[in-house]
Design a protein around this ligand. Sequence first.
Ligand code: GLN
Length: 541
Amino acid sequence: MTKYIFFTGGVVSSVGKGVTAAIIGQLLKARGFKIAIQKLDPYINVDPGTMSPYQHGEVYVLDDGAETDLDLGHYERFTDTNLTRACNTTTGQIYSEVISKERRGDYLGGTIQVIPHITNEIKKRIALVAKSTSAEVVLVEVGGTVGDIESQPFLEAIRQMRSDIGRENTMYVHVTWLPHIGATGELKTKPTQHSVRELRSLGLSPDLIVARSDHPVASDLRQKIALFCDVKERAVIPLVTSRVLYEIPLLLEQMQVADQVMARLELTPRLQPDWSDWEKLVAEVRRPKPPLRVGLVGKYVELQDAYMSVREAVKHAGVALGREVEIEWIQSMDLEKGHSWERLRAVDGIIVPGGFGTRGIEGKISAARYARENKVPYLGLCLGMQVLCIEFARFALGDERANSTEFDPSNPYPVIDLLPEQRGISDMGGTMRLGAYPCQLVAGTRASAAYGSTGVVHERHRHRFEFNNAYRDELASKGLVYSGLLLDGNLVEIAEVADHPFMLGTQFHPEFLSRPNRAHPLFRAFIAASIEHAAARTLPA
Ligand code: GLN
């Protein structure tokens, strides 16, 4: 029988419910269990693919092409498990499924109601995770906080699951926030008490309460929460905000969280957890390291969550190469207006990440020009690769009009364009090249050196436009190198500039496959080139 751990949030959102679920998953995996994690998102969008990054942060893409919540990134990074489409479900998906069944007549004239039709569909989707991943323990995070109107059907569905499959197969973890009152210097438990009361009124009792806080939680506070919320004191897990995110698994291990989970779900560990590699990683993260400054030129830099996986991938590569990487967040529109150039000139490597739409594009192109002309390491991710190609084409063809048809549909040199079969598609949702595709590396290139391979790698995509093969030979003759090609597909996946220490762009998003103790090879190569660039700059002339 599959075991389920449900995570709900209290008081406020954005306090680390997703990270907590990911880490408890990691603790179980370390004990030899096959796990999967699912996020239930109460919003009515079908998926986050069409949502503004300002609203939602990054859209995280899975191997199978699902466009998901950024929490799935935490799940994959902490547990080093590749998840599937079933691992992110939204109210939008549930309702569209139920409504199309109703239109087909599947309900034989019945009246369709939230209970049981919507809740049954939710339970079906929860069950699908175990089926599609063969996980033995499924961790399910309910988005939002208890008390939201939108999340009620989800809470009702997870409540029903306790009687459907038994108490020994279901566990409930409530993640709350302890506010700090500056005037008296105290932490307050009242909002936690209220949210647990709200949870109980819905028929759910927490087995574990994770009390998040920015300040140390004294033991009398733990007792108080235990008393008012009717759990054992050891089931109240104080979790203070940590500067080192990757340290939290070790902290939760010390607090014997996994033992409580095992006991509650009647499981016996299959493996003695071995944290030695993870401890080394945390020690390396904590060790003071020489700084390295890298610029990220993007459109959504005010909300860094929009670049969550890029930021993590940069961090992983920095730790692997012994550098404290500081990201200089540069708004591409500022560059267009002649601002922020001194900040760009101060960095030792430039990243242009993914993005959509015209705004700020010329700023990114000028950043790429600066990188090419000044031989500053450059890593282009998806849109950043297209920007690299557009800038190179403007230089090589001697015409500033070269562009992508996304930004200028009638430009005379469409070096980035839709494939003929894509024209005429007008829907915005789910109409992109999505998910993992095989990329054949080309020997003798920087990409192949970075991967240490001349074979095939699988990388995740999320884009509509492609490099236009009509320009392939001409730009190659001027020094653009195609170092990765879609296997059997004749599409450019990686492009690099020949006469440059490291100027490389990928049509895919390598950031989604970087892991804390397995930095992605391309990020590693980019950081290594940036370290060299920094060293050359500081050498006396
Ligand atoms: N807007 C570009 C495209 O659709 C790039 C997308 C991206 O960077 N993810 O092809």
